[in-house]
Design a protein around this ligand. Structure first.
Ligand SMILES: Cc1cc2nc3c(=O)[nH]c(=O)nc-3n(C[C@H](O)[C@H](O)[C@H](O)COP(=O)(O)OP(=O)(O)OC[C@H]3O[C@@H](n4cnc5c(N)ncnc54)[C@H](O)[C@@H]3O)c2cc1C
Length: 413
């Protein structure tokens, strides 16, 4: 018997599953998600820090982040389930930047204009609200590890509506919710190629020669995206590179009391947030230099944390949280960003091949954007709109756009 579907989504990461959810929210198209792994979360999404911040350099990205995070903030309504596993952690996102006196207020205005609540804190207000945090605006010397005399800086921006999500529970929730709406998710189903006839997509083929016929296929394969592109005659000018990313985690010591928001510490080159009901801290880099290690095979890359990375990031964390004791075990793990080397922003939407869509190159942004990216694709495929949609025009991330102009190509771009 020939398998058929209206839409095949290749990849059951956060992008693929949010897209399946968004399609089924507005149409009765039949959707099959094919996934090479035996379970959820084995790609970028499972390793994601899932920080949900809104501030981006481009207003369109800020709106996509708003619309994506809105789904996480209203998760039961989005996935149409009364008791999901995942819950939005609305801890706020604090920006510690050394960008001059007016930066926080102008960024706050941009957020407010998009309906995202924020406030500006001076150093005293910051210490009152988050007593563990040092408001210093001087960059710590992570190479020598030497201390400096700390200096209070310009006002700080707090995204009141920001926070984080649990990526693995989110995937689990989406899997249950989409199945309930009739989506088939096929595990251990690695596609070998997308089938194209006379410039039109006609399905996908697996290694054993079996296939699924479908007029719409979405490449949501995360760091493996080039395996799919390599099979196609597609004029792809983007350089999308699977890139190894290191993340540390440590138990939160008893000494560290009081609220701790998600911190984007642009001064120290780190971000950190709590997890497991505040009992742990996870810590990653915001520096472009830490997003350079391209891996040849996304299924096989080094999993160990490098000592230099660990020491540098811990030094920056101690600078920001001086009460953090120098004891306890620090662990870590690695995941993959798919970095778009031209402008660290994704490509999304239709391609020159009719019926073939891309959703690739998300760098460190894809988790928060996923429900909005799913909305963009669902609108393109079905022509229908519904709740939890984004109004950002598809041209902004289209495959034939020109690279965005950015001051710095790091994860906070
Ligand atoms: C350490 C780390 C921290 C991050 N932190 C943040 C953050 O704080 N905030 C944020 O917004 N984003 C963050 N990101 C980025 C975000 O997690 C990714 O952009 C997002 O998860 C990408 O999702 P995806 O669905 O495209 O890819 P994936 O999750 O990798 O999913 C792709 C899926 O496709 C499957 N697949 C691949 N090839 C095939 C094939 N041929 N056939 C069938 N299946 C296939 C894979 O097995 C995989 O399950 C982080 C990422 C990492 C690694």
């Amino acid at each position: 018997m020939k398998l058929q579907a209206d839409v095949v989504i290749v990849g059951a990461g956060i992008i693929g599953l949010c897209t399946a959810m968004q399609i089924t929210k507005r149409s009765s198209l039949s959707v099959v998600v094919v996934e090479q792994s035996r379970s959820l979360g084995e790609g970028s999404s499972g390793a994601s820090s899932a920080v949900c911040r809104h501030r981006y350099s481009y207003n369109e990205m800020l709106l996509l982040a708003r619309d994506g995070i809105n789904a996480y903030r209203h998760w039961p309504e989005f996935i149409e389930a009364a008791q999901p596993l995942a819950q939005f952690q609305n801890e706020g996102v604090l920006w510690l930047a050394d960008m001059g006196d007016s930066w926080a207020s102008s960024e706050s205005r941009r957020l407010e204009e998009a309906g995202i609540r924020s406030s500006i804190l001076d150093a005293e207000q910051l210490k009152d609200r988050f007593p563990a945090l040092n408001p210093c605006s001087l960059t710590p010397d992570t190479r020598s590890g030497e201390a400096h005399d700390c200096n209070e800086g310009a006002p700080y921006l707090l995204e009141i509506d920001g926070g984080y999500f649990d990526p693995v529970n989110a995937l689990q929730d989406l899997s249950s919710a989409t199945r309930k709406k009739g989506v088939t998710i096929k595990f251990l189903s690695k596609i070998k190629k997308v089938l194209v006839q006379a410039g039109k997509t006609v399905g996908v083929q697996f290694a054993d020669g079996s296939s699924i016929e479908a007029p719409h296929v979405i490449n949501a394969t995360g760091p493996w995206c080039n395996d799919v592109f390599d099979q196609l005659e597609l004029d792809l000018s983007w350089s999308l590179k699977p890139t190894r990313i290191q993340v540390l985690h440590l138990d939160r010591p008893a000494e560290l009391t009081g609220a701790l928001p998600v911190c984007c510490d642009m001064v120290g080159g780190i971000y950190f947030r709590t997890q497991n009901r505040g009992q742990q801290i996870i810590l990653g880099s915001t520096l472009e230099e830490d997003e350079q290690e391209v891996v040849a095979n996304p299924s096989d890359y080094a999993q160990t944390i490098e000592d230099d990375f660990m020491h540098a990031k811990l030094h920056a964390l101690h600078h920001r949280i001086p009460s953090l004791p120098y004891r306890g075990t620090v662990n870590g793990y690695c995941g993959l960003y798919t970095v778009n080397r031209q402008d660290v922003h994704p490509i999304v939407g239709r391609t020159q091949i009719e019926g073939f869509y891309v959703a690739n190159g998300f760098s460190g942004h894809g988790f928060k954007l996923a429900p909005a990216i799913g909305s963009m694709l669902a609108q393109e495929i079905t022509g229908e709109i519904c709740d939890f949609d984004t109004g950002v025009p598809p041209a902004f991330l289209s495959i034939d756009r020109i690279p965005l102009q950015l001051d710095s190509k790091n994860v906070l771009a």
